[in-house]
Design a protein. Structure first.
Length: 346
């Protein structure tokens, strides 16, 4: 995998998005030139992962300006188009935060908007690199007594790599850093139902890096942890409340509970833009409910009885008391020990 793999790229007048719905079997990019196509790409998970859709949203402001210029929109129409992009996925705070940041340059015109969007993307990559180093340092220090010099066995859930960010990765960035230091034995990648981001995307990224790994069913994660086959779990986040409660891909809270029972670290790796200090607790986080077909069908074929209804929350919320550490580009907060984002990241 190229070190500069980018899920989101600006071509000069359009967005180039790696179509993550086609991986791992086909690697293609989508040329996005209008707001409707971008909103659809975000909602269909052509582009996904909180930092990646944040970068896409940032460039989406430029896309709205260009489309408005070509189609004779009023400023109000452009702003409404930007609002549609901002609300395309309601749980991931990065999308809203990045759009809002770029909109502070809106009145300065297209060049200023593009400059700010490029800064969003650049800072995310730089932050991910720092996050990887902080997370690897913390892990090697905290688990050294138990494992000595043995390479670590890490479990992760969903996809948190270069595909989910502006580049490098959050939780997978920590894993890549451990591998670069020669301190990684194996990764257990949860397949991540219902859309298999772990088996389709995380496994694909691990293959590109030559990192040994197992893909396992989500339901196998707790048993793998309790059998002592894992030294730590590292996941990403879509929104983190001020008290450390963390919304992430559905299935994450089960991993956290198993880690707590086994007495091993459960770590969340995310940029500070994912921390929403205006959200006091996880109870205030809006959880996106996706379409029933994602759990009632497989590849367009009905797998459940016709009379069955589907319950399909895209995320769950892990209580802060279960989060051993929050890894950001600034360092590691030991959340379960009382180092809360609302106190430390103001």
């Amino acid at each position: 995998m190229p070190q500069d793999l980018r899920a989101v790229g600006w071509t000069g007048n359009s967005l180039a998005l790696i179509d993550q719905t086609l991986l791992p079997h086909r690697y293609e990019t989508r040329d996005v030139r209008d707001v409707d196509t971008l909103v659809d790409a975000i909602q269909r998970l052509v582009v996904r992962g909180a930092p990646a859709i944040g970068a896409a949203g940032a460039y989406g402001v430029a896309l709205a300006l260009l489309q408005g210029e070509h189609e004779g929109w009023t400023e109000e129409q452009v702003r409404k188009a930007v609002a549609r992009i901002r609300s395309a996925r309601p749980t991931a705070v990065n999308l809203m935060a990045c759009v809002d940041r770029v909109m502070t340059r809106f009145e300065e015109g297209l060049a200023a908007v593009l400059d700010e969007a490029a800064a969003v993307q650049r800072e995310d990559v730089e932050g991910n690199r720092a996050m990887g180093a902080h997370g690897a340092d913390w892990l090697l220090k905290r688990v050294a007594d138990g494992v000595g010099e043995r390479p670590l066995r890490i479990l992760t859930h969903c996809n948190t790599g270069a595909l989910a960010t502006a580049g490098w990765g959050t939780a997978l960035g920590v894993i890549r850093e451990l591998n670069a230091r020669g301190r990684l034995e194996v990764v257990y990648a949860d397949e991540t139902r219902p859309l298999l981001q772990g088996s389709r995307l995380t496994a694909w990224e691990l293959v590109q890096e030559g990192i040994p790994h197992y893909v396992q069913a989500d339901g196998a994660a707790a048993g793998t942890i309790l059998r002592g086959e894992v030294d730590a779990a590292i996941v990403g986040a879509d929104r983190i409340a001020a008290n450390g409660d963390t919304a992430n891909k559905v299935g994450t809270v089960g991993v956290a509970l198993a880690c707590a029972d086994a007495g091993i670290p459960f770590l969340v790796a995310a940029p500070t833009t994912t921390v929403d200090l205006a959200t006091a607790t996880g109870a205030d986080i809006h959880i996106e409910l996706r379409g029933e077909d994602e759990v009632l069908e497989w590849s367009g074929v009905r797998t459940a009885p016709a009379e069955s209804r589907g319950h399909n929350p895209a995320f769950d919320v892990t209580p802060g008391r279960l989060v051993t550490g929050l890894i950001t580009e600034r360092g590691v907060l030991e959340v379960s020990a009382g180092e809360l984002p609302g106190d430390r990241l103001k």
